[in-house]
Every structure is written in C-alpha cells, then in structure tokens.
Design a binder for this molecule. Structure first.
Ligand code: APR
Length: 239
C-alpha cells in the first residue's frame, strides 16, 4: 500500500458501481434499478404520499436483496487501509474518509468507520411527521407506522429531497482537505453529489477515477482506472 502512504488524507467517493460486484443493483446502465422501475413511482415524496404501501414494498425488497449481499474485497481493502494507516500513526482512522452515495451500508459492514452517507441509509427509518430517526434491520419491516401514529419512511434521500446539511458539510470539509481523492463507481449524473469532486480538484488533490466506463466528469480526473472496483482497488493499493 505504498502509494497510499504518500497522502496524508484520502477520500474514497463511492457510488452504486462500488457495490455492483457485491450483487447490489446500480441505478443506470444495464440492469439498473431505474431501467426497471420509474423512480417517480417509488423514490420520491409524492409517490410515498400517494401510495406508502407500494413504496414500502419496493424498499422492503431492496432491503432484502441488500441484506443478502456481502461486501467485496474493494470494500474490505478501504477499511483495512484506514486501520493500517491509523496503526502507522497517521491520525484518526488513518486520515481515510468514505463519502458515499450508497444507502446499502456495505462500507460499514466491511469495517469502515468514517462513512458519510450523502443519500441516507436503507437501514434507518424516519417518521414522516415528527422526523424521529431510528436504526432498523428488520426484514421485512415489522411496522410501517411510528409510535406517534404516522407513517415511517426510509431515511434516504429521494428525488426532490434535500441532502442532510450536516452530512454534506462534513463531506465537503473532508474532500476539501484531502490530498488524494478516489472516485469509484459513480456515473456523476446526480447533483449535488456530482459536484463534490470539484472541491478536491480546487484544493489540488490528486484525483483518480475507478470506473469501467468514462463518465461526464471523467475529464476532471488525472488518472483513470478502467475496470471493476474489486480489481482496480487492489491494483491501486498495490495488493
Ligand atoms: N466497478 C466500478 N464501477 C462500476 C462497476 C464496477 N464493477 N460497474 C458499474 N460501474 C459504474 C458504471 O459505469 C456507472 O458509471 O458505476 C456507475 C453507476 O452509476 P449509477 O447507477 O448512476 O449510480 P450512482 O452514480 O451511484 O447514482 C447516483 O442516483 O438514483 C440516484 O440516489 C441514487 O445514489 C444514487 C444516485
């Protein structure tokens, strides 16, 4: 992992392609979720208000699919890198931060400790009225109703929702201070997340894109590793 020892602070910025080899479907491209389902029917507040049961059936199914998947070597290497760097005296969590658009919890399951989930988590629910948030791993969810009497919804960022301000602030701060920024498996199609790499570029970080395909934001990166995350991450980390 010599390459990684060169950089004081590293951010891994991940999208759905990071978890594809774990078996979690991506959103766009072949086999993508939004090829099969209209997000307007399943992933926005108005869909939830029109038909909460249908939206919950969809998300219960996603929770079941995701729970059956396992983190792959790429997730594990990111977690291991942080631990090895911390043991080598490189500060809290070895100066490694994960900023993810994924809601699947795979980084945490692999052992990553600092993970900013820009789009929330499939494993949290939130009251649609009083907004109380709780962790929930039930399969399927036992009650779709909060104890205050109103519907629970997944604590994820649907189309049209705002990102959590505090999560976004922490992510921007980590990205602005990093010296190496590694984007993995994102199409760069969804804002404001797609704008975050610009903070790394502006602050002079080395920027690497891991993706089998080029993306609309590829030109921002100095290095491109064209292949799947589970192959390219071991290469990048020298394993
Ligand atoms: N390794 C790395 N990248 C991969 C792999 C792989 N094995 N397989 C596919 N990819 C790449 C694809 O080439 C594509 O560029 O992953 C990207 C997946 O793109 P999207 O499906 O658009 O996922 P993402 O960028 O995370 O989507 C952003 O869209 O609907 C929303 O909220 C959802 O967080 C999501 C956001």
């Amino acid at each position: 992992m010599n390459l990684m020892l060169t950089y004081p602070r590293i951010v891994f910025f991940t999208g759905a392609g990071m978890s594809k080899e774990s078996g979690v479907p991506t959103y766009r491209g072949e086999g993508g979720l939004w090829k099969e389902y209209r997000y307007q029917d399943y992933a926005c507040q108005s869909a939830f208000e029109n038909n909460p049961e249908a939206v919950w059936n969809f998300h219960d199914q996603r929770r079941a699919v995701t729970a059956a998947c396992q983190p792959h070597v790429g997730h594990e290497l990111i977690a291991r890198l942080a631990k090895e760097r911390q043991a080598a005296g490189r500060g809290t969590n070895g100066g490694v931060t994960v900023v993810t658009q994924n809601i699947d919890g795979m980084h945490q399951r692999a052992g990553s400790e600092i993970v900013y989930e820009l789009h929330g988590s499939l494993w949290r629910v939130r009251c649609d009225s009083c907004c109380e948030v709780s962790h929930n791993l039930e399969l399927p969810l036992r009650s779709r109703v909060h104890h205050c009497g109103n519907f629970l919804r997944p604590d994820i960022v649907w189309f049209g929702d705002s990102l959590s301000r505090s999560t976004l602030t922490k992510a921007v701060d980590a990205i602005s201070r990093c010296s190496l920024f590694v984007s993995i498996g994102t199409s760069g199609a969804v804002y404001p997340a797609a704008r975050l790499p610009l903070h790394a570029i502006e602050s002079g970080a080395a920027c690497i894109e891991i993706n089998p395909e080029s993306t609309p934001v590829s030109q921002h990166y100095q290095q491109h590793l064209r292949g799947p995350a589970s192959v390219m991450l071991p290469q990048l980390l020298g394993l």
